[in-house]
Every structure is written in C-alpha cells, then in structure tokens.
Design a protein around this ligand. Structure first.
Ligand SMILES: Nc1ncnc2c1ncn2[C@@H]1O[C@H](COP(=O)(O)OP(=O)(O)OP(=O)(O)O)[C@@H](O)[C@H]1O
Ligand SMILES: [Mg+2]
Length: 363
C-alpha cells in the first residue's frame, strides 16, 4: 500500500454519502458525541451476540483466573455493530487500561514502535481499522504479538542496526469491517476471532429500551419494536433513529414514543417499514418501473436515479442485497419477487394482458 503523507486520512471505505444518511451505518458527528454515553460498560450489559459474548467471557475469565494477560482478540463485522464497544468492555473486564489507535493513524513502523514501547503490562491496545495499517507496521506487529518484542531500526543504509526491544505482555484488540482484507499471517496471530452478526429485531428492541432509559426518553414496547424493525440490524442506526423519533415525539406529541408516533416520525424522515431510505427506494423503483425488474447494468441504473455508480453500488445495494430485494448477476441487477411486493407493484408477467414492457410506460 502506498502511504502518501500529504493525503488526508484515507476514507476509501467510508461509503459515499454515508455519514449524513439517517440509516447510514457509519458514525456521524452526533453519534460520536452521544455514543460514549450509550456504550454498555460490561459483557452483562452488552445486548445480543450471544455466541461472541459467551466465548469472550470464557477467554477473559480464564485469563483472569491464571492472572495472565488475555489473548489477542480480533473483532470483525459491519460498521455500528459494537466493535469499539466490545474492545472497551474487554479492557474493563480485565481491569486494564486501554490505548486506542487505528490503522490509518499508523503511517510508519516507528509510530507503532512508539506506541508499543510505552504500553504498560496487561494494557489493551485497540487497533481500529487494522486492515488499513501500512505494510512495515504490520510486519512489526507480527513480532510484537507473538514474542512481545520489536526490532527498532537505528540509522540508515549499511550502518543501520536493529535494536531488539522487550515489550510487556499486552492484549491487542484489532477491529475490522473487512476481515477478508487481513493478511493470513496477521489473522493467525489472534487467539480469538469474534465475528459480529447483524442484530435481530428483538435484540435491537432491547438496545433501544436501554438507550431510552439512559437518554430519559419515555417509550412503549411497541414504539421500540417499530424503530427496531427499521434499524437494519445495527445498534448505531437504532440509537440514531431513537433520537430522531424522540425529537418528533417532543415537538408533535407529549414526548411519549408509541408505535403510532414512531411510525409517523419515521415517515417524515423517509425511513420505511423495512429500513429503506429514499435512495434505496429510488434505486429499487427505477429497477422495477423503468427496467421491468432487470437485468440492467449498474451504470444504466445509476444514471436512471441520478447518482454515481459508486453510490448505488456501495451505499444502496449492500443492504438491498442483504434484504433479498435485489440480486447482482453477471447479466446485471435484477429485482426479486420480494422487491415487487415491498413497493406494492406487480411484476410484468403477472399483469393481466401485460406485454412485459408495460412497466416501461405504465403509470
Ligand atoms: N450489543 C450492543 N448493545 C447495546 N448497544 C450497542 C451494542 N453494540 C453497539 N451498541 C451501540 O451502538 C453504537 C455503535 O457501536 P460501536 O461504536 O461499538 O460500533 P463499531 O462496530 O465500533 O462501529 P465502526 O465499525 O463504525 O467503528 C454505540 O453507541 C453502542 O452503544
Ligand atoms: Mg468502532
């Protein structure tokens, strides 16, 4: 990878148009400000992810019982599912301090050496976006993880010497949204890998109740269920929608979030019953109404909705695919029967006397 010092911090995997989208999974400014207050503090409070929680609990308990430092942990999963939260919980459960940094912040191996050599014994080092670390830093990390040692290179050219430096035992917690991008030697050095899954609606409902309690918001179970169903399996989105619905409830009603209020509010914010926003629906509508459900090429589809190819491909499609509304095939994008049903439209072959082209000029 080529690290250009003058370039702004790489944002290659920040989805275009992502942060300011109500249903975008990446954190926006407001999220960052309130997330600290909403983060569960221990495993007990952490909602859902039963398997990960159980396994992590064993790993941490065993380490505590041995009086040892916990094994390195890799957390992989989509944005907003709780990786940063879990890293803090790991430190809290181990009663250890935590140091937070990220792949893009480590440009040179020297940056990493400086961090590693200043760790205390047992400290948790949280390395976010670990897949975006520079190559030399990555190689230094291999040795640090395995042998708790780094070679610091002093001098340049033929006179350069490697001075070995002992490190105190520490726990590396790496987080990545793209586990597939991690080189196998790095992946293999983690003692435990947790794959975070999208949350079930019932779990999100618990997240929303918990957050409502912390934010002092009155909410009925049905109101929480309504928000949960539109949160795309992601706690960050659930918390964000809760805050927007709270605004609506305060301005338009007495502050109490009922199912009716939640549903009215999310209509105003254009988040539909399945969590699709305006962009998602525009893509789907174009695919159905203009192209009869496809197959249609990505570029053509993008022009039809007046968006960049990348926006359609990286912002709208992943969720549509996940929801089983759209499929990417070698011949182009096609809509599934569920897509027609979701938008309340009838596929051309089912329209009485339909020519199959009707969708093109129909109402
Ligand atoms: N299991 C959970 N229970 C309760 N709240 C959760 C849970 N997981 C995440 N959250 C909440 O969702 C928000 C986002 O979580 P977090 O920042 O840990 O996500 P992340 O996986 O680190 O995202 P990113 O990939 O963008 O860094 C936080 O406010 C956190 O409180
Ligand atoms: Mg994070």
């Amino acid at each position: 990878m080529n690290w250009d010092d003058t370039a702004p911090p790489a944002t290659d995997d920040a989805a275009p148009g992502g942060p300011d989208r109500l249903v975008g999974a990446d954190a926006d400014g407001e999220d960052t400000a309130v997330e600290a207050a909403l983060r569960p503090k221990d495993l007990e409070e952490f909602v859902g992810q039963e398997r990960v929680r159980e396994q992590l609990d064993l790993v941490l308990r065993a380490a505590r019982a041995r009086g040892a430092t916990a094994d390195h942990v890799l957390l992989s999963g989509a944005p907003g599912l709780g990786k940063t939260t879990l890293s803090m919980i790991i430190a809290a459960e181990m009663g250890a301090p935590i140091r937070i940094t990220s792949g893009p912040a480590i440009q040179h191996a020297g940056d990493l050496a400086a961090i590693l050599s200043s760790l205390q014994e047992g400290e948790v080092l949280f390395l976010d976006e670990i897949h975006r670390m520079s190559r030399p830093a990555e190689e230094m990390l291999y040795m640090a993880m395995e042998d708790f040692r780094v070679d610091v290179i002093v001098g340049k050219g033929p006179g350069a010497t490697a001075i070995p430096l002992e490190l105190p035992p520490f726990t590396l917690v790496g987080a990545t949204t793209r586990a597939g991008l991690l080189p196998p030697p790095l992946r293999d050095r983690f003692g435990f890998t947790a794959h975070m899954e999208f949350y079930a609606p019932a779990e999100l409902q618990r997240v929303i109740h918990r957050s409502a309690g912390l934010l002092d918001v009155d909410i009925e179970p049905e109101g929480a269920a309504e928000i949960a169903g539109r949160s795309r399996g992601t706690p960050r989105i659930a918390n964000r929608l809760l805050r927007r619905v709270r605004d609506y409830a305060q301005v338009k009603a007495d502050g109490l979030i009922t199912r009716e209020i939640a549903s009215q509010a999310l209509k105003v914010y254009e988040v539909d019953a399945r969590g699709l926003d305006r962009l998602d629906r525009a893509v789907l509508t174009a695919l159905l109404k203009l192209f009869g459900g496809g197959p249609v090429g990505l570029s053509t589809l993008a022009v039809a909705v007046g968006e960049e190819r990348e926006t359609v491909e990286e912002v709208a499609e992943p969720f549509l695919v996940r929801e089983g509304l759209l499929a990417r095939t070698p011949r182009g994008r096609i809509a599934t029967p569920a897509a027609w049903a979701h938008l309340g439209l009838v596929p051309p072959q089912q329209q009485s006397g339909g020519s199959g082209q009707q969708g093109l000029f129909g109402p």
